[in-house]
Write a protein that binds this ligand. Sequence first.
Ligand SMILES: [Zn+2]
Length: 309
Amino acid sequence: MNEMFQQALRAGDLDAIRRCPKADLHNHGWAGANPAAVATILGKTFAPLARKLASMAEMHAWAAAHFGNPDPKLRPRLFEAAFVRAAEDGLVRYEIGDDVWAITLDGSAGNVTDILKRAHERGAPGVEWIPQLGMSRHCRIEDIRRWMEPFLELRFYRTLDLSGDEFAQPIENFKPLYRLAKANGLRLKAHVGEWGDADSVRRAVEELDLDEVQHGLAAADSPSVLRFLADHRIRLNLCPTSNLMLGRVESLSSHPIRKLFDAGVRVTVNTDDMAMFGQSVSHEFLNLFKAGCLNESELDQIRENGLSD
Ligand SMILES: [Zn+2]
């Protein structure tokens, strides 16, 4: 336990919280950068999202209006900004990468990976980087496989994530891709239970053999799914501000992280899309403390949950 961290929460001292070791295990590429940095690089002016949205469609519309489709030439600077943010936030572990689809932007898996490696070296060489491969639930399985294979051949990536509209296609469709990633030694994660129900979380864990779940907050609605997650030591990487701004929770004080924690589920606190929501991991911890959702020693345990696999 870290007494400095707990004291910093009690004092509401954001700088002191930043100085304590933390992880961010739920990110989406360069959207991990500060909003101001992204705005500067894109030559735009915008503030982080200030009002609650009602759907993923509204979120995508916001992203399209504010980020647009950045020139691929800007990708090295955008990713470097994400690593700079990680260092500023006092992260010691940062799980970030790109969607395998990016191979169509940069020409090869090696080029995509080199951009990430350089961004890490320049932006946050002291932060442990866990290279993550992403894929979208909207894409055709055969396309994803074609894009993914060259990345796996690099033997560099350590985790796999699936994001996008949870209802785009059945989770079972992704089974062969997860088997392939597992055979290549990757830790397995997927976005479920953000929009879907508790049973969808359990089904994804069982069908895809997941080690971790991104979000998964709907699990709190089912005592049997809570028990299943706790018994199998499945980690849930939660993003409280994202849940609030996308209308998945009423308030931070009533966030299901409380129920998940009490049920013995291993949870962590993360940012999702820092460039959109404007809240760092340090902010997220302080926000949960101020809302009275969890106390300082509980948040300290949650902080530690992210520091190892
Ligand atoms: Zn996410």
